[in-house]
Design a protein around this ligand. Structure first.
Ligand SMILES: Nc1ncnc2c1ncn2[C@@H]1O[C@H](COP(=O)(O)OP(=O)(O)OP(=O)(O)O)[C@@H](O)[C@H]1O
Length: 255
């Protein structure tokens, strides 16, 4: 097991947001965390990266307690791609290089440069490598943020709506990269997503949150019309095409 989340609960001030969140993830698995706006998906990701301290529960990575680790140790284990990235006056190359910080002291080696170059190429950012990130589009910035998380060489990759600013081609490319990285390395990924069909195509585990708790969890067969309607309040049918499930919303008036 690479990730073990047990009984995690979090409150903002006195308001409970998530509770009793328990699940495990093995290397090579891609988990999609699904659920309506405001249900606590980002809050859960932040608890899994110790950006937020859960009120109770534990997060273990390869058996080690993440919540008592120091920031550098966490950054060697967890790569986090936030929903919105801060854009400062640094070039794309330097922004990606920052992801190597947990692995290096004040100097860097040829290996670090090679890892940064490979990530820039993987995300097709070569032509933008010397551009300043505060002059980039939302989608370009999202790709920089993903490249930075990859060069951390984490064991667990957390991505908060990683395709929200991306066009269709870039969505397929980024989710394909997440799939490839988790297939080729002993890495697991957790993504929050709103696009159920992209989730069904690229993830193999699913958690559906409702009212701050896990309403359903499992493989693709957990995505049923009954569960989707219970979680999102929208009638749907689930179709199959080319081995994938597709969620098709129905007209609430006629369903
Ligand atoms: N800093 C904060 N202080 C107080 N409440 C917060 C804070 N951040 C988020 N919340 C509240 O916590 C709840 C969960 O927010 P969260 O961002 O985790 O939801 P989400 O499922 O990721 O939503 P979305 O799909 O819209 O991104 C929401 O009701 C939100 O208003």
């Amino acid at each position: 097991m690479i990730l073990d989340v047990d009984g995690v609960a979090f409150n903002y001030r006195s308001a409970s947001v998530i509770r009793d969140i328990t699940f495990e993830l093995s290397p090579h698995q891609v988990l999609a965390i699904l659920g309506p706006n405001g249900v606590g998906k980002t809050t859960l990701l932040k608890c899994m990266n110790a950006i937020l301290r859960p009120k109770s529960g534990s997060v273990l990575i390869e058996g080690a307690d993440l919540l008592t680790a120091d920031r550098m140790e966490i950054a060697r284990k967890v790569g986090y791609v936030p929903q919105r990235c801060e854009a400062g006056r640094v070039t794309v190359f330097d922004a990606v290089l920052l992801g190597r910080r947990p692995h290096i002291g004040w100097d860097m080696t040829d290996k670090d440069i090679r890892i940064v170059e490979a990530a820039i190429r993987m995300l097709h950012l070569e032509d933008l490598a010397l551009r300043y990130i505060d002059e980039m589009s939302g989608g370009e910035l999202q790709k920089v943020s993903i490249a930075r998380a990859l060069v951390q060489e984490p064991r667990v990759l957390l991505l908060d709506e990683p395709t929200s600013s991306l066009d269709l081609r870039n969505q397929l490319e980024i989710l394909g990269i997440v799939r490839r990285v988790t297939t080729e390395h002993d890495v697991a990924a957790v993504m929050t997503m709103h696009d159920l069909n992209m989730a069904l195509r690229y993830a193999d585990r699913f958690i559906l949150l409702k009212d701050g708790v896990i309403h359903a969890a499992g493989g693709p067969d957990v995505v049923t019309p009954e569960i989707i309607e219970a979680v999102y309040g929208v009638p749907v049918t689930v179709e199959r095409y080319n081995g994938f499930r597709f969620v098709v919303p129905l007209d609430p008036e006629t369903a």
